[in-house]
Design a protein around this ligand. Structure first.
Ligand code: NAD
Length: 496
Protein backbone atom coordinates (compact mmCIF):
# COMPACT_ATOMS: atom_id res chain seq x y z
CA UNK A 1 0.00 0.00 0.00
CA UNK A 2 1.60 3.22 -1.13
CA UNK A 3 -0.63 5.57 0.80
CA UNK A 4 0.87 6.82 4.02
CA UNK A 5 -1.45 6.68 7.01
CA UNK A 6 0.15 9.89 8.32
CA UNK A 7 -1.52 13.13 7.30
CA UNK A 8 -1.04 16.81 7.98
CA UNK A 9 -3.58 18.93 9.83
CA UNK A 10 -5.67 21.05 7.50
CA UNK A 11 -8.02 23.91 8.24
CA UNK A 12 -11.37 23.90 6.44
CA UNK A 13 -13.96 26.57 5.75
CA UNK A 14 -17.67 26.24 5.12
CA UNK A 15 -19.63 27.45 2.11
CA UNK A 16 -22.19 30.17 2.77
CA UNK A 17 -23.64 32.35 0.01
CA UNK A 18 -20.92 31.45 -2.46
CA UNK A 19 -18.03 32.24 -0.08
CA UNK A 20 -15.77 30.04 1.99
CA UNK A 21 -15.99 31.33 5.54
CA UNK A 22 -15.13 30.65 9.17
CA UNK A 23 -17.73 30.53 11.94
CA UNK A 24 -18.86 34.06 12.83
CA UNK A 25 -17.79 33.69 16.45
CA UNK A 26 -14.49 32.07 15.42
CA UNK A 27 -15.50 28.71 16.89
CA UNK A 28 -13.64 25.66 15.63
CA UNK A 29 -13.76 21.91 16.17
CA UNK A 30 -10.91 19.42 16.04
CA UNK A 31 -11.52 16.48 13.75
CA UNK A 32 -9.70 13.28 14.68
CA UNK A 33 -8.57 10.28 12.70
CA UNK A 34 -10.48 7.55 14.57
CA UNK A 35 -7.83 4.96 13.74
CA UNK A 36 -5.06 6.87 15.50
CA UNK A 37 -6.82 9.44 17.65
CA UNK A 38 -4.57 12.03 15.96
CA UNK A 39 -5.69 15.51 14.98
CA UNK A 40 -6.63 15.41 11.32
CA UNK A 41 -8.25 18.76 10.61
CA UNK A 42 -9.83 21.82 12.13
CA UNK A 43 -13.27 22.89 10.91
CA UNK A 44 -15.54 25.84 11.68
CA UNK A 45 -18.02 25.11 14.44
CA UNK A 46 -21.16 26.76 13.07
CA UNK A 47 -23.70 28.08 15.52
CA UNK A 48 -27.21 29.38 15.04
CA UNK A 49 -25.95 32.69 13.55
CA UNK A 50 -24.02 30.92 10.78
CA UNK A 51 -26.94 28.67 9.91
CA UNK A 52 -29.24 31.71 9.83
CA UNK A 53 -26.93 33.37 7.28
CA UNK A 54 -26.84 30.21 5.17
CA UNK A 55 -30.63 29.87 5.29
CA UNK A 56 -31.10 33.54 4.36
CA UNK A 57 -28.73 33.07 1.41
CA UNK A 58 -30.62 29.96 0.28
CA UNK A 59 -33.93 31.82 0.70
CA UNK A 60 -32.71 34.75 -1.40
CA UNK A 61 -31.26 32.45 -4.05
CA UNK A 62 -34.60 30.67 -4.29
CA UNK A 63 -36.92 33.68 -4.13
CA UNK A 64 -34.89 36.16 -6.17
CA UNK A 65 -32.06 34.25 -7.70
CA UNK A 66 -32.00 32.63 -11.09
CA UNK A 67 -31.83 29.03 -9.88
CA UNK A 68 -35.53 28.20 -9.74
CA UNK A 69 -35.91 29.65 -13.24
CA UNK A 70 -32.88 28.05 -14.85
CA UNK A 71 -33.69 25.48 -17.46
CA UNK A 72 -33.73 21.88 -16.38
CA UNK A 73 -30.91 21.32 -18.86
CA UNK A 74 -28.71 23.85 -17.10
CA UNK A 75 -29.43 22.30 -13.72
CA UNK A 76 -28.67 18.89 -15.19
CA UNK A 77 -25.39 20.15 -16.66
CA UNK A 78 -24.27 21.48 -13.28
CA UNK A 79 -24.99 18.12 -11.66
CA UNK A 80 -23.04 16.28 -14.37
CA UNK A 81 -20.13 18.65 -13.79
CA UNK A 82 -20.21 17.95 -10.07
CA UNK A 83 -20.24 14.22 -10.86
CA UNK A 84 -17.19 14.71 -13.13
CA UNK A 85 -15.33 16.65 -10.43
CA UNK A 86 -16.08 13.94 -7.86
CA UNK A 87 -14.57 11.37 -10.23
CA UNK A 88 -11.56 13.60 -10.94
CA UNK A 89 -10.96 13.88 -7.18
CA UNK A 90 -11.96 10.31 -6.34
CA UNK A 91 -8.67 9.26 -4.77
CA UNK A 92 -8.42 12.29 -2.50
CA UNK A 93 -12.09 12.03 -1.49
CA UNK A 94 -11.84 8.32 -0.71
CA UNK A 95 -8.71 8.75 1.39
CA UNK A 96 -10.22 11.69 3.24
CA UNK A 97 -13.36 9.66 3.97
CA UNK A 98 -11.21 6.87 5.40
CA UNK A 99 -9.17 9.21 7.56
CA UNK A 100 -12.21 11.01 8.93
CA UNK A 101 -14.75 8.20 9.25
CA UNK A 102 -12.56 5.14 9.63
CA UNK A 103 -14.01 2.84 6.97
CA UNK A 104 -11.75 0.62 4.81
CA UNK A 105 -10.51 2.25 1.59
CA UNK A 106 -12.31 -0.18 -0.74
CA UNK A 107 -15.63 0.80 0.85
CA UNK A 108 -14.81 4.51 0.62
CA UNK A 109 -13.90 4.12 -3.06
CA UNK A 110 -17.25 2.51 -3.65
CA UNK A 111 -19.02 5.39 -1.84
CA UNK A 112 -17.20 7.99 -3.95
CA UNK A 113 -18.14 6.28 -7.23
CA UNK A 114 -21.73 5.96 -6.01
CA UNK A 115 -21.84 9.65 -5.04
CA UNK A 116 -20.73 10.61 -8.57
CA UNK A 117 -23.36 8.24 -10.00
CA UNK A 118 -25.98 9.89 -7.81
CA UNK A 119 -25.22 13.36 -9.21
CA UNK A 120 -25.32 11.93 -12.73
CA UNK A 121 -28.59 10.09 -12.14
CA UNK A 122 -30.29 13.27 -10.91
CA UNK A 123 -28.54 15.32 -13.60
CA UNK A 124 -30.36 13.16 -16.13
CA UNK A 125 -33.60 13.26 -14.20
CA UNK A 126 -33.64 17.07 -14.05
CA UNK A 127 -34.97 17.18 -17.63
CA UNK A 128 -37.61 14.53 -16.97
CA UNK A 129 -39.77 16.29 -14.40
CA UNK A 130 -43.17 16.15 -16.01
CA UNK A 131 -46.68 17.16 -15.05
CA UNK A 132 -50.05 16.02 -16.36
CA UNK A 133 -52.76 17.48 -18.55
CA UNK A 134 -56.45 16.71 -18.24
CA UNK A 135 -59.41 17.97 -20.10
CA UNK A 136 -62.41 17.95 -17.76
CA UNK A 137 -65.10 18.99 -18.55
CA UNK A 138 -65.33 19.98 -22.20
CA UNK A 139 -65.02 23.75 -21.66
CA UNK A 140 -61.96 23.62 -19.42
CA UNK A 141 -58.48 22.25 -19.22
CA UNK A 142 -56.54 21.27 -16.16
CA UNK A 143 -52.78 20.96 -15.78
CA UNK A 144 -50.59 19.61 -13.06
CA UNK A 145 -47.15 21.21 -12.84
CA UNK A 146 -44.33 20.19 -10.53
CA UNK A 147 -42.38 22.98 -8.86
CA UNK A 148 -39.44 23.01 -6.46
CA UNK A 149 -40.46 23.01 -2.79
CA UNK A 150 -38.08 25.85 -1.96
CA UNK A 151 -35.33 26.08 0.63
CA UNK A 152 -34.23 22.67 1.90
CA UNK A 153 -32.44 22.02 5.18
CA UNK A 154 -30.54 18.74 5.02
CA UNK A 155 -28.98 17.02 8.03
CA UNK A 156 -26.88 13.88 7.68
CA UNK A 157 -25.12 11.36 9.97
CA UNK A 158 -21.48 10.36 10.19
CA UNK A 159 -21.47 6.89 8.64
CA UNK A 160 -21.60 7.76 4.90
CA UNK A 161 -20.66 11.45 4.86
CA UNK A 162 -20.02 11.93 1.14
CA UNK A 163 -22.67 9.53 -0.10
CA UNK A 164 -25.36 10.96 2.17
CA UNK A 165 -24.40 14.47 0.98
CA UNK A 166 -24.94 13.33 -2.61
CA UNK A 167 -28.24 11.60 -1.81
CA UNK A 168 -29.48 14.84 -0.29
CA UNK A 169 -28.05 17.57 -2.54
CA UNK A 170 -28.41 16.01 -6.01
CA UNK A 171 -32.22 15.56 -6.11
CA UNK A 172 -32.80 18.92 -4.41
CA UNK A 173 -30.71 20.81 -6.98
CA UNK A 174 -32.17 18.83 -9.87
CA UNK A 175 -35.65 19.91 -8.84
CA UNK A 176 -34.68 23.61 -8.56
CA UNK A 177 -34.56 23.82 -4.75
CA UNK A 178 -31.82 25.61 -2.84
CA UNK A 179 -29.97 23.85 -0.04
CA UNK A 180 -28.33 24.19 3.35
CA UNK A 181 -26.58 20.93 4.21
CA UNK A 182 -25.25 20.16 7.68
CA UNK A 183 -22.98 17.13 7.89
CA UNK A 184 -22.32 15.40 11.19
CA UNK A 185 -19.95 17.28 13.49
CA UNK A 186 -17.82 14.12 13.61
CA UNK A 187 -17.29 13.70 9.87
CA UNK A 188 -17.67 16.98 7.98
CA UNK A 189 -14.56 16.78 5.81
CA UNK A 190 -15.76 15.20 2.58
CA UNK A 191 -18.93 17.34 2.64
CA UNK A 192 -16.72 20.45 2.92
CA UNK A 193 -14.54 19.09 0.09
CA UNK A 194 -17.70 18.54 -1.96
CA UNK A 195 -18.68 22.15 -1.25
CA UNK A 196 -15.44 23.24 -2.98
CA UNK A 197 -16.23 21.01 -5.97
CA UNK A 198 -19.80 22.32 -6.27
CA UNK A 199 -18.47 25.88 -6.13
CA UNK A 200 -15.88 25.05 -8.79
CA UNK A 201 -18.60 23.48 -10.94
CA UNK A 202 -20.41 26.81 -10.94
CA UNK A 203 -23.19 26.47 -8.36
CA UNK A 204 -24.50 30.06 -8.01
CA UNK A 205 -24.10 31.85 -4.67
CA UNK A 206 -26.61 30.73 -2.05
CA UNK A 207 -27.93 27.82 -4.12
CA UNK A 208 -25.98 25.30 -2.08
CA UNK A 209 -24.53 26.05 1.35
CA UNK A 210 -22.61 23.63 3.56
CA UNK A 211 -22.28 24.39 7.28
CA UNK A 212 -20.23 22.32 9.70
CA UNK A 213 -21.61 22.32 13.21
CA UNK A 214 -23.23 20.24 15.92
CA UNK A 215 -26.86 19.16 16.26
CA UNK A 216 -27.36 21.42 19.26
CA UNK A 217 -27.56 24.96 17.90
CA UNK A 218 -26.66 24.54 14.22
CA UNK A 219 -28.88 21.51 13.54
CA UNK A 220 -31.70 22.83 15.69
CA UNK A 221 -31.67 26.17 13.86
CA UNK A 222 -32.05 24.40 10.52
CA UNK A 223 -34.91 22.26 11.82
CA UNK A 224 -36.70 25.21 13.42
CA UNK A 225 -36.11 27.96 10.85
CA UNK A 226 -39.33 29.45 9.46
CA UNK A 227 -37.43 30.23 6.24
CA UNK A 228 -36.84 26.53 5.50
CA UNK A 229 -39.60 24.86 3.47
CA UNK A 230 -38.40 21.29 3.66
CA UNK A 231 -36.19 19.31 5.95
CA UNK A 232 -34.49 16.09 4.90
CA UNK A 233 -32.95 14.26 7.85
CA UNK A 234 -30.92 11.08 8.10
CA UNK A 235 -29.88 9.95 11.55
CA UNK A 236 -31.06 8.19 14.68
CA UNK A 237 -34.75 7.59 15.41
CA UNK A 238 -34.61 9.54 18.68
CA UNK A 239 -33.12 12.57 16.87
CA UNK A 240 -35.70 12.12 14.12
CA UNK A 241 -38.46 12.59 16.70
CA UNK A 242 -36.87 15.84 17.89
CA UNK A 243 -36.50 17.04 14.31
CA UNK A 244 -40.16 16.30 13.59
CA UNK A 245 -41.18 18.36 16.63
CA UNK A 246 -38.85 21.23 15.69
CA UNK A 247 -40.12 21.25 12.11
CA UNK A 248 -43.72 21.57 13.19
CA UNK A 249 -43.45 25.35 13.73
CA UNK A 250 -43.91 26.19 10.06
CA UNK A 251 -45.11 22.71 9.08
CA UNK A 252 -42.06 21.96 6.98
CA UNK A 253 -42.26 19.12 4.53
CA UNK A 254 -40.25 16.34 6.12
CA UNK A 255 -38.36 13.25 5.02
CA UNK A 256 -36.84 11.11 7.75
CA UNK A 257 -34.35 8.29 7.19
CA UNK A 258 -33.81 6.70 10.58
CA UNK A 259 -32.40 3.68 12.33
CA UNK A 260 -32.89 -0.05 11.90
CA UNK A 261 -32.56 -3.42 13.62
CA UNK A 262 -32.69 -5.39 10.45
CA UNK A 263 -33.44 -9.12 10.25
CA UNK A 264 -31.38 -11.33 7.98
CA UNK A 265 -33.19 -14.68 7.69
CA UNK A 266 -31.31 -17.85 6.74
CA UNK A 267 -33.37 -20.94 5.91
CA UNK A 268 -31.89 -24.44 6.03
CA UNK A 269 -32.29 -24.74 2.25
CA UNK A 270 -30.10 -21.68 1.53
CA UNK A 271 -26.82 -21.98 -0.33
CA UNK A 272 -24.83 -22.45 2.86
CA UNK A 273 -21.54 -20.80 1.89
CA UNK A 274 -23.18 -17.79 0.24
CA UNK A 275 -25.39 -17.27 3.26
CA UNK A 276 -22.40 -17.42 5.65
CA UNK A 277 -20.57 -14.79 3.58
CA UNK A 278 -23.74 -12.75 3.28
CA UNK A 279 -24.45 -12.84 7.01
CA UNK A 280 -20.95 -11.58 7.85
CA UNK A 281 -21.00 -8.87 5.19
CA UNK A 282 -24.49 -7.79 6.27
CA UNK A 283 -23.33 -7.38 9.86
CA UNK A 284 -19.76 -6.10 9.57
CA UNK A 285 -19.47 -3.93 6.44
CA UNK A 286 -18.55 -0.37 7.48
CA UNK A 287 -17.82 -1.73 11.00
CA UNK A 288 -21.55 -2.45 11.33
CA UNK A 289 -22.12 1.31 11.36
CA UNK A 290 -24.85 0.99 8.76
CA UNK A 291 -28.53 1.80 9.24
CA UNK A 292 -29.45 -1.19 7.07
CA UNK A 293 -26.93 -3.61 8.67
CA UNK A 294 -28.21 -7.16 9.05
CA UNK A 295 -27.62 -7.00 12.79
CA UNK A 296 -30.28 -9.60 13.71
CA UNK A 297 -29.43 -12.92 12.13
CA UNK A 298 -32.34 -15.38 12.24
CA UNK A 299 -31.15 -18.91 11.43
CA UNK A 300 -33.29 -22.03 11.03
CA UNK A 301 -32.75 -24.26 14.03
CA UNK A 302 -31.62 -27.35 12.07
CA UNK A 303 -28.51 -25.57 10.67
CA UNK A 304 -27.84 -22.95 13.32
CA UNK A 305 -24.97 -24.68 15.12
CA UNK A 306 -23.12 -25.43 11.87
CA UNK A 307 -23.85 -21.93 10.58
CA UNK A 308 -22.43 -20.15 13.62
CA UNK A 309 -19.34 -22.40 13.49
CA UNK A 310 -18.83 -21.51 9.81
CA UNK A 311 -19.09 -17.79 10.58
CA UNK A 312 -16.58 -18.11 13.42
CA UNK A 313 -14.16 -19.89 11.08
CA UNK A 314 -14.23 -16.85 8.78
CA UNK A 315 -13.94 -14.13 11.42
CA UNK A 316 -10.08 -14.13 11.36
CA UNK A 317 -10.32 -12.98 7.71
CA UNK A 318 -11.80 -9.67 8.90
CA UNK A 319 -8.52 -7.83 9.23
CA UNK A 320 -8.69 -4.82 11.55
CA UNK A 321 -6.57 -1.74 11.04
CA UNK A 322 -6.35 1.76 9.64
CA UNK A 323 -8.70 1.88 6.66
CA UNK A 324 -5.78 2.82 4.40
CA UNK A 325 -3.76 -0.23 5.45
CA UNK A 326 -3.26 -3.12 3.03
CA UNK A 327 -5.97 -5.79 3.22
CA UNK A 328 -7.88 -4.07 6.01
CA UNK A 329 -11.53 -5.13 6.11
CA UNK A 330 -12.65 -3.33 9.25
CA UNK A 331 -11.60 0.06 10.55
CA UNK A 332 -12.14 1.72 13.93
CA UNK A 333 -15.48 2.97 15.22
CA UNK A 334 -16.09 6.62 14.50
CA UNK A 335 -15.31 7.99 17.98
CA UNK A 336 -14.35 7.00 21.49
CA UNK A 337 -17.83 7.96 22.72
CA UNK A 338 -19.50 5.78 20.12
CA UNK A 339 -17.26 2.83 21.01
CA UNK A 340 -18.26 3.31 24.66
CA UNK A 341 -21.92 3.03 23.65
CA UNK A 342 -21.33 -0.12 21.62
CA UNK A 343 -19.32 -1.66 24.48
CA UNK A 344 -22.17 -0.87 26.88
CA UNK A 345 -24.52 -2.84 24.62
CA UNK A 346 -22.05 -5.76 24.57
CA UNK A 347 -22.06 -5.72 28.38
CA UNK A 348 -25.86 -5.66 28.32
CA UNK A 349 -25.86 -8.73 26.05
CA UNK A 350 -23.56 -10.65 28.39
CA UNK A 351 -25.58 -9.53 31.41
CA UNK A 352 -28.86 -10.67 29.84
CA UNK A 353 -27.41 -14.14 29.24
CA UNK A 354 -26.63 -14.21 25.50
CA UNK A 355 -23.63 -16.37 24.58
CA UNK A 356 -20.65 -14.27 23.43
CA UNK A 357 -18.97 -16.53 20.85
CA UNK A 358 -16.41 -14.09 19.47
CA UNK A 359 -15.02 -10.60 19.96
CA UNK A 360 -16.54 -8.36 22.57
CA UNK A 361 -13.32 -6.50 23.32
CA UNK A 362 -10.71 -4.16 21.93
CA UNK A 363 -8.02 -5.71 19.73
CA UNK A 364 -4.57 -5.99 21.29
CA UNK A 365 -1.41 -4.51 19.76
CA UNK A 366 0.36 -1.19 19.36
CA UNK A 367 -1.38 -0.32 16.07
CA UNK A 368 -4.75 -0.36 17.85
CA UNK A 369 -3.71 1.40 21.04
CA UNK A 370 -4.81 4.94 20.17
CA UNK A 371 -7.67 4.26 17.79
CA UNK A 372 -11.29 3.41 18.61
CA UNK A 373 -11.16 -0.20 17.48
CA UNK A 374 -13.48 -2.98 18.52
CA UNK A 375 -13.38 -6.63 17.51
CA UNK A 376 -16.13 -8.11 15.33
CA UNK A 377 -18.51 -9.53 17.90
CA UNK A 378 -21.09 -12.31 17.65
CA UNK A 379 -23.67 -13.28 20.25
CA UNK A 380 -25.38 -16.66 19.91
CA UNK A 381 -28.50 -17.83 21.75
CA UNK A 382 -30.00 -14.37 21.72
CA UNK A 383 -33.62 -14.16 22.88
CA UNK A 384 -36.05 -11.81 21.14
CA UNK A 385 -36.65 -9.86 24.34
CA UNK A 386 -32.98 -9.00 24.93
CA UNK A 387 -31.78 -5.45 24.32
CA UNK A 388 -29.21 -6.71 21.80
CA UNK A 389 -32.11 -8.17 19.78
CA UNK A 390 -34.22 -5.02 19.96
CA UNK A 391 -32.01 -1.92 20.02
CA UNK A 392 -29.89 -0.57 17.22
CA UNK A 393 -26.23 -0.99 18.26
CA UNK A 394 -24.67 0.57 15.15
CA UNK A 395 -21.38 -1.25 15.54
CA UNK A 396 -19.79 -4.62 14.74
CA UNK A 397 -22.13 -6.68 16.90
CA UNK A 398 -24.22 -9.50 15.45
CA UNK A 399 -27.08 -11.09 17.40
CA UNK A 400 -28.00 -14.64 16.34
CA UNK A 401 -31.51 -15.95 17.02
CA UNK A 402 -33.04 -19.24 15.90
CA UNK A 403 -36.43 -20.09 14.41
CA UNK A 404 -38.17 -23.38 13.71
CA UNK A 405 -40.29 -22.62 10.62
CA UNK A 406 -41.29 -19.98 8.08
CA UNK A 407 -44.10 -18.54 10.21
CA UNK A 408 -41.82 -18.05 13.20
CA UNK A 409 -39.12 -16.47 11.00
CA UNK A 410 -41.61 -13.89 9.72
CA UNK A 411 -42.96 -13.22 13.20
CA UNK A 412 -39.49 -12.68 14.69
CA UNK A 413 -38.35 -10.58 11.74
CA UNK A 414 -41.28 -8.20 12.11
CA UNK A 415 -41.07 -8.11 15.91
CA UNK A 416 -39.37 -4.70 16.01
CA UNK A 417 -40.29 -1.05 16.06
CA UNK A 418 -38.04 -0.59 13.02
CA UNK A 419 -38.68 -1.48 9.39
CA UNK A 420 -35.73 -0.36 7.31
CA UNK A 421 -34.20 -3.43 5.66
CA UNK A 422 -34.37 -7.24 5.65
CA UNK A 423 -32.67 -10.17 3.93
CA UNK A 424 -33.80 -13.71 3.13
CA UNK A 425 -31.60 -16.66 2.13
CA UNK A 426 -33.22 -19.72 0.53
CA UNK A 427 -32.94 -21.57 -2.78
CA UNK A 428 -36.71 -22.09 -2.75
CA UNK A 429 -37.76 -19.09 -4.81
CA UNK A 430 -41.45 -19.41 -3.92
CA UNK A 431 -40.64 -19.35 -0.23
CA UNK A 432 -38.18 -16.49 -0.65
CA UNK A 433 -40.67 -14.24 -2.38
CA UNK A 434 -43.47 -15.33 -0.02
CA UNK A 435 -41.40 -14.28 2.98
CA UNK A 436 -40.21 -11.01 1.40
CA UNK A 437 -43.86 -10.07 0.82
CA UNK A 438 -44.60 -10.53 4.52
CA UNK A 439 -41.67 -8.47 5.79
CA UNK A 440 -42.50 -4.97 7.00
CA UNK A 441 -39.37 -3.29 5.64
CA UNK A 442 -38.60 -0.80 2.87
CA UNK A 443 -35.41 -2.37 1.48
CA UNK A 444 -35.25 -6.14 1.06
CA UNK A 445 -32.92 -8.71 -0.46
CA UNK A 446 -33.16 -12.34 -1.57
CA UNK A 447 -29.88 -14.29 -1.49
CA UNK A 448 -27.79 -11.15 -1.12
CA UNK A 449 -27.45 -8.28 1.33
CA UNK A 450 -26.56 -4.58 1.03
CA UNK A 451 -26.46 -3.82 -2.70
CA UNK A 452 -28.80 -0.95 -3.52
CA UNK A 453 -28.96 1.47 -6.39
CA UNK A 454 -29.34 5.21 -6.90
CA UNK A 455 -32.20 4.37 -9.27
CA UNK A 456 -34.25 2.61 -6.57
CA UNK A 457 -36.12 4.09 -3.59
CA UNK A 458 -34.48 4.05 -0.15
CA UNK A 459 -36.38 4.33 3.11
CA UNK A 460 -38.12 2.53 5.91
CA UNK A 461 -41.44 1.31 7.25
CA UNK A 462 -42.53 1.95 10.84
CA UNK A 463 -40.10 3.95 12.98
CA UNK A 464 -37.28 3.67 10.44
CA UNK A 465 -38.52 6.77 8.70
CA UNK A 466 -40.92 8.74 6.67
CA UNK A 467 -40.81 9.10 2.90
CA UNK A 468 -38.29 7.81 0.38
CA UNK A 469 -35.02 9.01 -1.07
CA UNK A 470 -33.30 8.05 -4.33
CA UNK A 471 -34.78 6.91 -7.60
CA UNK A 472 -37.80 8.68 -9.05
CA UNK A 473 -39.26 8.81 -5.53
CA UNK A 474 -36.27 10.86 -4.37
CA UNK A 475 -37.04 13.77 -6.65
CA UNK A 476 -40.74 13.75 -5.76
CA UNK A 477 -39.70 14.58 -2.21
CA UNK A 478 -38.36 17.95 -3.44
CA UNK A 479 -41.31 18.90 -5.64
CA UNK A 480 -44.60 20.62 -4.98
CA UNK A 481 -47.65 19.80 -7.07
CA UNK A 482 -49.75 22.61 -8.50
CA UNK A 483 -53.00 22.36 -10.41
CA UNK A 484 -53.71 25.03 -13.02
CA UNK A 485 -57.29 25.27 -14.27
CA UNK A 486 -58.13 27.04 -17.50
CA UNK A 487 -61.55 28.12 -18.61
CA UNK A 488 -61.99 27.71 -22.37
CA UNK A 489 -65.39 29.44 -22.40
CA UNK A 490 -65.65 33.24 -22.93
CA UNK A 491 -69.19 33.50 -21.47
CA UNK A 492 -69.58 34.73 -17.87
CA UNK A 493 -70.09 32.06 -15.25
CA UNK A 494 -73.67 33.21 -14.65
CA UNK A 495 -73.87 31.73 -11.15
CA UNK A 496 -75.45 34.83 -9.57
P1 NAD B 1 -27.69 11.39 15.08
O1 NAD B 1 -29.18 11.30 15.04
O2 NAD B 1 -27.02 11.50 16.38
O3 NAD B 1 -27.17 12.64 14.23
C1 NAD B 1 -27.53 12.79 12.87
C2 NAD B 1 -27.38 14.25 12.49
O4 NAD B 1 -28.34 15.02 13.23
C3 NAD B 1 -26.02 14.87 12.81
O5 NAD B 1 -25.68 15.76 11.78
C4 NAD B 1 -26.28 15.64 14.10
O6 NAD B 1 -25.44 16.74 14.27
C5 NAD B 1 -27.71 16.10 13.88
N1 NAD B 1 -28.49 16.38 15.08
C6 NAD B 1 -28.40 15.79 16.29
N2 NAD B 1 -29.33 16.30 17.13
C7 NAD B 1 -30.01 17.24 16.44
C8 NAD B 1 -31.10 18.10 16.75
N3 NAD B 1 -31.67 18.10 17.95
N4 NAD B 1 -31.56 18.92 15.79
C9 NAD B 1 -31.01 18.93 14.56
N5 NAD B 1 -29.98 18.12 14.20
C10 NAD B 1 -29.49 17.29 15.13
O7 NAD B 1 -27.20 10.13 14.25
P2 NAD B 1 -25.69 9.66 14.01
O8 NAD B 1 -25.18 9.10 15.29
O9 NAD B 1 -24.93 10.72 13.31
O10 NAD B 1 -25.94 8.50 12.96
C11 NAD B 1 -26.36 7.24 13.30
C12 NAD B 1 -27.83 7.04 13.07
O11 NAD B 1 -28.18 7.38 11.71
C13 NAD B 1 -28.24 5.60 13.23
O12 NAD B 1 -29.41 5.50 13.99
C14 NAD B 1 -28.49 5.13 11.80
O13 NAD B 1 -29.37 4.04 11.69
C15 NAD B 1 -29.01 6.37 11.17
N6 NAD B 1 -28.86 6.30 9.72
C16 NAD B 1 -29.98 6.09 8.96
C17 NAD B 1 -29.86 5.97 7.58
C18 NAD B 1 -31.07 5.72 6.71
O14 NAD B 1 -30.97 5.90 5.51
N7 NAD B 1 -32.21 5.30 7.25
C19 NAD B 1 -28.61 6.09 6.98
C20 NAD B 1 -27.50 6.31 7.80
C21 NAD B 1 -27.63 6.41 9.17
Amino acid sequence: MKTSVKSSVKTYEMLINGKFVKARNGGVRDILDPASGELLAVVPEAGRADVKLAVEAARKAFDEGPWRKTTAQDRGKLLFKIGDLIRANAKALAELEVRNMGKPLAEAEYDVADAANCFEFYGGLATKIHGETMSVPANSMSFVVREPIGVCGQIIPWNYPLLMSAWKIAPALASGCTVVLKPSELTPLTALFLARLMHEAGAPAGVVNVVSGPGAGAGEELAESPLVDKLAFTGGTATGRKIALAAVGNLKKLTLELGGKNPNIVFADADFDSAVDGALFAAFANQGEVCSAGSRLLVEKSIKKRFVAAMLAKIPRIKLGHGLGAGVKMGPLVSAAHRDKVEAMIKAGVHEGAKLVCGGGRPKGAEFAKGFFLEPTIFDEVKPTMRIAREEIFGPVLSVLEFKDEAEAIRLANDTEYGLAAGVWTLNVNKGIRVLKELRAGITWLNTYHPTFNEMPWGGYKQSGNGRELGLYGIQAYLETKQININLDEAPLGWY
